[in-house]
Design a protein around this ligand. Structure first.
Ligand code: NAD
Length: 362
């Protein structure tokens, strides 16, 4: 089949890690006889250098004309890069915010998966880790507290700040449907996280999630309060499959879950809209400290490419083959510097990409 993929290498290590992900996609296309047509787009500092802005309207239009976008990461060193002398709306990160908005990306997926080969990097005790964990955090991305009305006023010398947490049932329903659809492709368990003992928005969240659950009898739904969930993630992470939650709770819980895997260079992510379209990117930044040195771990980007195949192109087998190839290369003891431990073989960015591409078979 023919598919159009936009590639946004971005800044720092972005071009190096996207190059390796493309290598892996090319091998996948060859094995399964697909055609991937790539469109390379500029965003972030790379776009500022050429166009003076972090994202042009032409780039947005070109991205919309593809089936999915794979991004490296954007941004530079905030202390030294000239990009950060610009006004905030012209800085690299503004490009990403604009792209997310233009593409209507409301569902954010962040897997937290502990490879048994990388157990040493996990800060949790061996008896807590058990057989490892494989969690998918599904976070609502365009509503809630970060998008509600806000104000700061001063009256009689007293400053008062207000933020508003708003959700309507449609916003909740569409993310819940996505969460249950994804659970169907996994271990069929959804934990919906809220603060329904205090917040009205959480009580609505809970009741809409229950309505949606009726259409998914094969998926088990449970509810958990957010404070308990924060605790359970470090007490018994193995109990979770899909965690479905609103924007701010998801922001905090997804960082917590990724920290317990211990390896920032391994963590992929996806942001999806109403259609199959999505933006896929590693959870880490552009790591300017190691850019251009063949030191970056490309696995988070390669796993993001696997998510792109699964969620935007419905190529489940191919996505699984990429994930299995990553597992195989780790089993054989190859490591980039960020995940290196005694007795392993240290490899650079390009070699890691070669090794993973070589392990992709039908
Ligand atoms: P960072 O994630 O770029 O780096 C943090 C540390 O992790 C650094 O020591 C870095 O070398 C290391 N690291 C990160 N990814 C790695 C990888 N793949 N392999 C090996 N080591 C890796 O975070 P930061 O330093 O706070 O931010 C740097 C820039 O990235 C900033 O401009 C920031 O705004 C930007 N950023 C962009 C995104 C994005 O594009 N979505 C996300 C986060 C940060």
């Amino acid at each position: 089949m023919d598919h159009k993929i936009a590639l946004i290498p971005g800044d720092g290590i972005g071009p190096e890690i996207v190059r390796e992900a493309r290598k892996v996609l090319d091998k996948t296309a060859k094995v399964w006889r697909h055609t991937f047509t790539y469109t390379e787009l500029l965003m972030g500092g790379a776009s500022i250098d050429v166009h003076g802005v972090p994202l042009t309207d032409e780039t947005v239009a070109a991205a919309k004309d593809t089936d999915a976008v794979l991004m490296g990461s954007i941004g530079g060193d905030a202390n030294t890069s000239p990009w950060y002398k610009l006004e905030p709306s012209r800085r690299p990160e503004a490009g990403l915010l604009k792209l997310r908005k233009e593409l209507g990306l409301f569902a954010n997926l962040r897997p937290a998966y502990l490879y048994k080969e990388l157990k040493a990097a996990c800060p949790l005790r061996e008896d807590i880790i058990g057989n490892g964990f494989d969690i998918m955090i599904m976070r609502e991305l365009t509503g809630g507290l970060y998008f509600g009305a806000r104000s700061t006023v001063e009256e009689n010398g007293l400053r008062t700040a207000t933020d508003t947490l708003v959700y309507n049932e449609e916003e909740i329903r569409r993310i819940a449907i996505r969460g249950f659809d994804i659970a169907k492709k996994r271990r069929k368990k959804v934990t919906s996280v809220d603060k329904a003992n205090v917040l009205d928005s959480s009580r609505l969240w809970r009741s809409v999630v229950e309505e949606v659950a009726r259409d998914y009898p094969e998926v088990t739904l449970s509810h958990m309060l957010v404070d308990n969930c924060a605790m359970q993630l470090v007490r018994d992470p193995g109990q979770f499959d899909v965690i479905l939650t609103e924007n701010m709770f998801g922001d905090i819980l997804s960082d917590e879950a990724s920290m317990v895997t211990g390896s920032i260079g391994m963590l992929s992510s996806a942001s999806l809209n109403e259609t199959k379209f999505g933006l896929y990117e590693p959870s880490h930044g552009s790591a300017p400290d190691i850019a251009g040195q063949d030191k970056a771990n490309p696995i988070a980007t390669i796993l993001s490419a696997a998510m792109l195949l699964r969620y935007s192109l419905d190529l489940d087998k191919e996505a699984g083959a990429i994930e299995a190839a990553v597992q195989k290369v780790l089993e054989k003891g190859y490591r980039t510097g960020d995940i290196f431990s005694e007795g392993c073989t240290l490899v650079g960015t390009a070699k890691m990409g070669d090794l993973i591409a070589d392990e992709i078979h039908e």
